[in-house]
Design a protein around this ligand. Structure first.
Ligand code: 26Q
Length: 761
């Protein structure tokens, strides 16, 4: 494989060498892509007619397909050496923009699972939307987030357009065409496919209508269609039922179902066997409308009765829930649903009636019915029809059984299961952290690269020499991050500082506010001469806020304002640095994560479904400072409490805390009130909105996410991590334990679990 790749790449590069080229990185990207495609031709091709699973997701956050393929096929070193030999700079392709068709964890998980399925020989295809604009690019100006459109399509040469496979999708107000763009996802023994749909008007712009004076009509058609695959919705603090989003969901769900039925026809089998051919995994509720769509087609095009169509669909669908927050469960106004999807709506009504006839208890019915008080509840539809429903970490799967799906759980206990998330170690360790990967190779051989659980063995290599080498690898990664930061923003980051890292979407429940308040607490202590022997620390943040999420944007502003304040203060500068790295994405995550000394996972217990950044940081040797929430719980189970810094109220404790009043804490603790007061009259601007949200609340109760409650224990945990860090060998040993423990979080295992426990292909 290496030889084919090298030969083909050399040939491609010849065309580029000699004269200087405009747009060199894009041309180089195309050359590498072409060479990879030559390799793909030699692999066993996708067999449309053999049984498969389909991952339906409104979001995919794959990062560069070039690096993903290199990681899966182990061609990264071949690429680097070939480029260098031919006089090209391997760093050049770093400047290309990646498809960023997702917001965060849910989209990134979809990408890791696709990569792992290809690598472990599972026939899993992805289906989603080819958004014209991916998630916005974030810039920071005057401490605040600003958003710019992200145009990625020109930079990606992996897609192949398939007009021959286009399908029509119809809405209440007309028809559109769904055109698939296919991206090969390669493993060493198979090629799977990510199929992204682009929305186009059925009839091209009618220039005759133009001439006849009906300009408005001609343009309306066109714009409407293009809007459907125009942009990705960012999740706001409250999920609003927007008509265009429902259109997006139906657009890709209906097109994907049609495409699967077309593939199925190639098997020559009767439609009753559809469930043996295809399994569809719904990535959250976003593609749930695929359920009534399939039922509709089985009834209308294949002559099945409703009961039979429902039975077939039950064998096919299963649903993954990714959030515990009730307000994030999607609901649609019934009238809107009926207006936009008049052909599908009757089947939703039939499903609702079916459920109501099945369930006798009227109390239960109100909780679980699909239509209630003029709203369509997508999660209830997904759970009612699916044969399996899973959460994404142990605690999360327990929570959904106790809360949002309690009644369903009593009715169908065997339907519910847990499948803990995982990460692609090929990307997040092999590619991102060459130093640490070689460290492992030299001690336990290279088999772990295709079998991550073997990495657990690394924990036995804890001699002084081993630990010293581990530290020097981390030091090098930190220097590289410092260089990157400098090159991209001119900010100076001292690699001798401890690097404490919180990188994720900015959301109140994730509590970046707790982190930055604790920095202010340390700052006050320093000013009062109360801070003793603090090891200098860089508090590194990165993440995007939804454009309409005011408090989250205020938190970004606060972080940057505190950063500027500390920068101006000569004494403070010796001990702390606050750094906000703009435009968090897959590419810069691969630079930040290997350089982290401490992983900040601060969500209020019971709010983060799983988290996957926590796994990536642990795998790269950063102990967790965090709450007993999401997959943090499993991380400390495997790596040990002593090797992490757990703080904060547990979920069970929070459940008992019925009349929490942050004001009590504020008045009883000077240490807390003087920090919180800084938000109001601070030397860095006015953050009254955040002050008020902590003490008074508005729509939400005061301090909904218990920042003040957990502040003291967080501060203690932070100080004890800081203390431990001073003894670098002790700290390196904790780091080593975390690397070994993260061997449990392979996305290879996760996708095998989906196959063994849900799909059975
Ligand atoms: C819904 C309606 C309208 C607009 C947007 C949305 C929307 C979009 C994205 C709602 C939710 C999301 C994304 C959720 C998400 O990323 N959840 C994360 O999933 C990860 C993978 O399972 C978990 O690790 C995280 O804990 C969870 O927060």
């Amino acid at each position: 494989m290496k030889e084919i790749f090298q030969k083909s790449l050399e040939k491609q590069l010849e065309k580029l060498s000699g004269k200087p080229q405009k747009n060199m990185e894009r041309k180089l990207g195309r050359a590498i892509t072409a060479a990879l495609m030559d390799v793909f031709c030699t692999l066993p091709q996708r067999k449309a007619a053999s049984p498969r699973a389909a991952y339906f997701s409104a979001e995919f956050l794959p990062g560069s397909f070039i690096t993903g393929s290199l990681a899966n096929l182990d061609l990264h070193n071949t690429l680097k050496t070939t480029l260098r030999q031919k006089g090209f700079d391997p760093e050049c392709i770093e400047r290309l923009s990646d498809p960023a068709l997702g917001n965060g964890g849910l989209g990134r998980l979809a990408a890791c699972l696709l990569d792992s399925a290809a690598a472990t020989d599972i026939p899993l295809d992805g289906y989603g939307i080819r958004y014209r604009y991916g998630i916005f690019q974030q810039k920071i100006s005057g401490c605040e987030q600003t958003e710019r459109p992200d145009l990625w399509q020109e930079d990606c040469a992996f897609e192949k357009e398939h007009r021959d496979d286009a399908v029509k999708v119809s809405f209440g107000d007309g028809e559109v065409t769904a055109v698939p763009f296919d991206i090969p996802i390669a493993g060493k023994n198979r090629i799977n496919r990510l199929r992204l749909w682009q929305c186009e008007p059925c009839t091209p712009v009618d220039f005759n209508a133009f001439k006849n004076g009906d300009i408005c009509l001609a343009f309306k058609e066109q714009n409407n269609a293009e809007a459907i695959s125009g942009f990705l919705y960012p999740p706001d603090d409250t999920v609003e039922g927007k008509a265009l989003r429902l259109k997006q969901q139906y657009f890709f769900s209906a097109a994907s179902v049609a495409s699967i039925l077309k593939d199925f026809s190639k098997t020559g089998k009767p439609i009753n066997c559809l469930g043996e051919y295809i399994k569809i995994q719904l990535n959250d509720t976003h593609p749930t409308v695929a359920i009534p769509e399939l039922i509709r087609l089985l009834c209308e095009d294949y002559g099945k009765d409703f009961e039979n169509a429902l039975k077939i669909s039950g064998e096919i669908f299963s649903y993954t829930n990714h959030t515990v927050m009730a307000e994030a469960l999607e609901c649609w106004d019934e009238a809107l649903f009926c207006r936009i999807l008049p052909k599908v709506y009757p089947y939703v009504v039939m499903l609702n009636n079916h459920l109501r006839q099945n369930i006798k208890s009227s109390e239960l019915i109100n909780k679980i019915s699909i239509i209630k008080d003029g709203t369509v509840r997508m999660a209830n539809m997904a759970v009612y029809v699916s044969h399996k429903v899973n959460g994404v970490a142990k605690i999360h799967s327990e929570i959904i059984k106790e809360s949002v799906f309690k009644e369903f759980y009593t009715l169908y206990p065997q339907r519910f299961l847990n499948i803990t998330n995982g990460i692609s170690h090929r990307r997040w360790l092999c590619l991102a952290n060459n130093g640490l990967s070689s460290f492992a190779d030299a001690r336990i051989g290279t088999d772990w690269r295709d079998n991550l659980p073997l990495l657990d063995e690394i924990k036995n290599y804890n001699s002084v020499a081993d630990l010293d080498e581990l530290m020097s690898i981390k030091a090098k990664n930190k220097r590289q991050l410092a260089d990157y930061v400098k090159a991209n923003g001119g900010f100076l980051l001292d690699p001798d500082f401890m690097f404490s890292v919180q990188i994720k979407r900015i959301h109140e429940y994730k509590r970046q506010l707790l982190n930055i308040l604790a920095v202010l607490g340390l700052y006050i202590d320093l000013k009062n001469g109360e801070l003793k022997d603090f090891y200098p620390t860089a508090f590194i943040f990165a993440g995007k806020a939804a454009p309409g999420y005011y408090n989250a944007k205020q938190v970004i502003k606060l972080i940057n304002a505190v950063s500027a304040l500390l920068e101006k203060d000569e004494t403070a500068r010796k001990y702390f640095k606050v750094l906000f790295i703009p435009d968090y994405n897959v590419k810069n995550a691969m630079k930040i994560i290997p350089a982290a000394d401490l992983s900040e996972q601060l969500s209020t217990a019971g709010t983060e479904a799983s988290g996957t950044g926590n796994m990536k940081l642990s795998l790269n040797g950063a102990p967790t400072i965090g709450t007993l929430d999401g997959a943090n719980i499993e991380i400390v189970d495997y790596a040990g409490m002593d090797n992490n810094y757990i703080f904060g109220a547990k979920r069970s404790e929070l459940a008992c805390l019925t009349n929490y009043d942050p004001m009590d804490i504020y008045y009883s603790s000077d240490r807390i009130s003087r920090v919180v007061d800084l938000l109001k009259q601070g030397p860095f601007g006015d953050f009254t909105a955040l002050f008020n949200s902590l003490l008074f609340g508005s729509y939400d109760p005061a301090d909904r996410y218990k920042v003040l409650l957990d502040y003291p224990s967080y501060m203690n945990a932070r100080l004890s991590a800081n203390e431990d860090y001073k003894n670098s060998r002790i700290y390196a040993e904790k780091s080593l334990k975390n690397i070994a423990a993260a061997a449990h979080f392979s996305a290879d295992d996760t996708v095998q679990n989906y196959n063994n426990k849900i799909w059975n292909i």
